[in-house]
Design a protein around this ligand. Structure first.
Ligand SMILES: Nc1nc2c(ncn2[C@@H]2O[C@H](COP(=O)(O)OP(=O)(O)OP(=O)(O)O)[C@@H](O)[C@H]2O)c(=O)[nH]1
Ligand SMILES: [Mg+2]
Length: 492
């Protein structure tokens, strides 16, 4: 061998030339041991890195439940509690939605007023009151309503709000229109039937993430930015003018809006109908004084109470600013809850950390807007069963919000009896604690029947328009999801 062939490193670690067999065995053992320990350390480091990565993976949370169950309101509470900067930046965008909600309240009353005034102008025996099943049924056995000149004037002066409603609805597109019918006849067009059935029904409703409020706000922001970038002062002014004009028209109608809502004949007319407008989504008539001003700025509560339905599945990414998971990315998926929208949920079941399922329990005597034959509470139970039965979700943490407890309490206090709509409730006490216990038991029983493997489950009684108590509930939700998230990271 010539000198250049000698590898100095091999030479340095080569065994001594006079090594005895015993020394050799001891050396080889020590080397093997050192290698084993080194490999173990490498493996530990690799695992720790992997776990760190897993822990940093976004937490995925899906909000499910029927339409108007409070999913979007819950999402807003998350944003208000954990991503306040973003919330504040977005708060003013809700102004137009709140205006739309308010003018809809007024136009709804005007519609009934029109109908009833027309009916009342007929000769006495023919006036039997309107008995339109689909809308408010004014009871004909009650004394005749007496409309006066002031009602005609109110109708006239509030007329411009029709155009405002049309303008705002055009701005928000399909998301501003509540569905009145559907061809979907099952509560869960996914579940055990799997993605095939989802695909079949998807043609009725395609996933379009550009449809939500976020997209509507972004469109507006983009239009403003484009006008600004182009130096198109005209376009910018027009956009601003439209907003200002809407606020001015609404402010101009302030006294008449108050007058129509305060009018005793109108109140009597509304109370004879089936729907209580004050319990409906996006009701703002008690806040006219504050909202119908040209420089109105929404409060946190206004934004939570504003109603704009969700279409498709909307993804919201938040880096939490507070809480135990500060700095952690959360992905919240807010879905459209109407029956025709539910087929779009399926693809989001995969790889989700937890589901918040919202069941509005005040709705025990109400029907679905999209299918007037279906009781809302029954629909919630059917939907819950399908979610619990879904194999893809068999290990997913389920968090049940029995929501709208405030409305339930008010309804029971008004004397509405649960057993008239839910016969199995029987002769139990018609109070909030008995009712929530009863409904909760039913949901738990369904979960038990549908969970061969025990899974993390939590239930909360909520009124998600109450931001303070909801922040406390969300703290508990964050904690339980985080614990599960870390446990999975360590186990996997
Ligand atoms: N009083 C009361 N109102 C609530 C409660 N939760 C939600 N709301 C209101 O009910 C309306 C409907 O709530 P959303 O959050 O829009 O319902 P959703 O489940 O997102 O409905 P979709 O988008 O159609 O699926 C909104 O105006 C909410 O402010 C509650 O606990 N109490
Ligand atoms: Mg929604």
């Amino acid at each position: 061998m010539n000198a250049t062939d000698v590898d100095p490193l091999s030479l340095a670690i080569a065994p001594p030339p006079d090594e005895t067999p015993a020394e050799r065995a001891a050396r080889e053992f020590a080397e093997a041991e050192a290698l084993r320990i080194s490999n173990e350390i490498d493996e530990q480091i690799r695992k720790e890195r992997e776990n760190e990565k897993k822990k940093k993976r976004p937490v995925k949370l899906l909000l499910l439940g029927q339409s108007e169950s409070g999913k979007t309101a819950t999402l807003k509470n998350f944003q208000l509690t954990y991503a306040k900067r973003e919330w504040i930046a977005e708060r003013n965008n809700w102004r137009a939605v709140i205006f739309l909600n308010l003018v809809r309240n007024v136009n709804y009353i005007l519609d009934i007023l029109n109908r009833e005034m027309a009916a009342a102008s007929l000769p006495s025996p023919e006036y039997i009151g309107s008995s339109d099943e689909s809308s408010d049924d004014i009871n004909s056995s009650k004394p005749r309503l007496k409309f006066k000149e002031k009602h005609r004037l109110l109708k006239l002066r509030l007329g411009p709000l029709r155009r405002i409603q049309t303008d705002l609805e055009r701005r928000f597109g399909a998301t501003a229109i509540e569905p009145q019918s559907t061809t979907v006849t099952t509560a869960a067009p996914f579940g055990s039937e799997g993605p095939e059935s989802s695909r079949r029904t998807l043609n009725e409703f395609s996933i379009n993430s550009r449809n939500g409020w976020k997209s509507a706000f972004e469109k507006l922001r983009a239009m403003r930015a484009a006008a600004r970038a182009e130096g198109n002062d005209n376009a910018l002014r027009k956009l601003q003018e439209t907003d200002d004009e809407i606020a001015d028209v609404i402010a101009g109608c302030r006294d008449d809006m108050n007058a129509i809502w305060e009018d005793s004949t109108v109140r009597e007319m509304l109370s004879r109908g089936k729907t209580r407008i004050e319990d409906s989504a996006g009701f703002f008539l008690n806040d006219v004084e504050r909202i119908a001003v040209s420089n109105y700025e929404p409060t946190d509560d206004d934004v939570i109470r504003a109603r704009l339905r969700t279409l498709g599945v909307q993804e919201y990414k938040f880096i939490f600013e507070h809480g135990r998971t500060a700095g952690q990315e959360w992905r919240l998926y807010d879905v459209g809850g109407a029956r025709s929208s539910r087929a779009a949920w399926w693809p989001y079941f995969d790889d989700v950390n937890a589901i918040i399922f919202l069941a509005p329990i005040s709705c025990f005597d109400e029907k679905l807007a999209e299918d007037r034959r279906v009781n809302r509470l029954e629909d919630s139970f059917l939907l819950w069963r399908s979610v619990c039965d879904c194999k893809l979700l068999s290990r997913t943490q389920l968090i049940l919000f029995l929501n709208k407890c405030d409305l339930l309490q008010a309804k029971l206090q008004r004397g509405v009896r649960i057993r008239d709509s839910v016969p199995s409730f029987g002769d139990r006490r018609n109070d909030i604690s008995t009712a929530t216990r009863y409904f909760q038991q039913h949901f738990k029983e369904i979960l038990r029947q549908s969970s061969p493997v025990q899974r993390p489950f939590f239930v909360h009684l909520t009124s998600v328009i109450d931001t303070r108590s909801t922040a406390v509930t969300l703290g508990a939700v964050e904690e339980s999801i985080l614990r599960d998230h870390l446990r999975r990271a360590d186990l996997m």
